[in-house]
Design a binder for this molecule. Structure first.
Ligand SMILES: *Cc1c(COP(=O)(O)O)cnc(C)c1O
Length: 393
């Protein structure tokens, strides 16, 4: 009997070690638990759990300063913020957007009864290609919803130019772009609205959370009404609003997280440099390009595998890494336009999306997070390099 128990515990510890050894694409950063307790005590004491309480107000203020934006409205998550942002601007009909993103970008359009129109991406930034937008504009088009993918800024000036000519709104899905600056200006200040996600996997997290950034007080007010059922005051409802408010626990954790964001970005930068120095010069591997005059947040480190030059395909590399307990992710694969709800659309045809169709088959996002150990990043580099060398040898 004792023998069996010993065997079981031996097995359990082995399993434990394996679990510990697993490296995922991302790992959320957290403040010290002891820091959170006093804030929780304050919430318990005040009985103020939600509805734009003290911590909510404080986080809005702190985020405006940190991000260098004028107005921000906090949300329960990024998807609800996107859905609400489209309502705020009264977007309808058709919207031009990218197929190369997380699926929530397009889902938010569908939840508003809007028809998504997919536009191809640029080969260098993987962002919406402005030179392909005009061809897709019809009398029903009301807006453009681009994504700053991997935190690399879209061609904001060209997009604005087209939007101005055709009278379209621009709402950026900035879920990846927390803290990103272009020529020292926050990328979140471009477009009519910009939407953030504070999900556990993002650069700045409140467990779940999100926000809309806007440029004037009237719009901020309208956003705040819409996220609270449309209530303008106790007896006035101005629109069929939703309940998308961030609660006090989320806001409190956000205040703590904000203190560590800069340090975390610097730690991620080190990992990104290690990957870049060791992988980008290898035949068959393209790394994400760093755009000039941009302050990056290093939220993602995608590489792109050219099978003919590298020797094995992206998927083969993906499984090879998995065999070694490295859980890289194919962000973003498949394209949104290839998912069942969208694949029947005319604009979803892969002939209209040649770059996105190619990129989605080549991409693999490597683990990157503040607490990723150097030796683990080095091991990842080794595994990838060994796959390539096999072809040569
Ligand atoms: C994470 C993400 C979202 C959704 O945000 P949630 O906070 O998870 O709802 C939307 N768009 C993109 C591009 C994302 O990466």
């Amino acid at each position: 009997m004792t023998l069996i128990i010993e065997k079981i515990s031996e097995l359990m510890s082995k399993i434990n070690i394996n679990i510990k050894d697993k490296i995922f694409v991302n790992q959320p950063t957290l403040p010290e638990l002891e820091e959170f307790i006093p804030l929780l005590e304050e919430i318990w004491e005040s009985k103020n759990l939600t509805n734009m309480g003290k911590f909510h107000q404080e986080l809005e203020k702190k985020l405006c300063e940190f991000l260098d934006v004028k107005y921000i409205s906090l949300f329960a998550n990024g998807t609800l913020a996107l859905i609400a942002a489209l309502q705020v601007m009264r977007i309808s009909g058709e919207v031009i957007t990218t197929p190369y993103s997380f699926v929530a970008t397009t889902h938010a359009l569908k939840w508003n009864g809007i028809s998504p129109v997919f536009c191809d991406i640029e080969p260098n930034t993987y962002n919406l290609d402005p030179s392909k937008i005009e061809n897709l504009i019809t009398p029903k088009t009301t807006a453009i919803v681009p994504v700053h993918i991997y935190g690399n800024p879209c061609d904001v000036n060209k997009i604005e130019e087209i939007a101005d000519i055709y009278g379209l709104k621009v709402i950026y899905d900035s879920a990846h772009a927390f803290g990103v600056k272009l020529k020292n200006e926050s990328i979140l200040n471009f477009g009519d609205l910009s939407v953030l996600s504070f999900h556990a996997t993002k650069i700045f997290n409140t467990f779940e959370g999100g926000a809309i950034i806007c440029h004037d007080e009237k719009t901020k007010k309208r956003i705040d009404y819409l996220k609270n059922f449309g209530f303008a005051n106790e007896t006035t409802v101005i629109a069929p609003g939703i309940n998308a408010k961030m609660n006090e626990m989320q806001a409190a954790i956000g205040l703590l997280q904000l203190k560590n964001v800069e340090t975390n970005i610097q730690k991620r930068k080190k990992i990104a440099e290690l990957y870049r120095n060791n992988l980008c010069n290898q035949n068959g591997i393209t790394c994400i390009h760093e755009i000039d005059e941009v302050n990056h947040n290093y939220g993602y480190f995608p590489i792109f595998i050219d099978k003919d030059k590298f020797g094995i395909s992206r998927d083969e590399l993906y499984y090879k890494l998995r065999d070694n307990n490295i859980f890289a992710r194919r962000y973003f694969y498949p394209l949104i336009s290839q998912f069942q709800p969208y694949k029947g659309l005319e604009s979803a045809n892969s002939e209209n999306l040649p770059i996105a169709t190619k990129v989605t088959e080549q991409v693999i996002s490597l683990p990157i997070y503040a607490d990723l150990k150097n030796k683990d990043a080095e091991r990842i580099v080794e595994i990838i390099s060994s796959c390539r060398m096999r072809l040569v040898g």
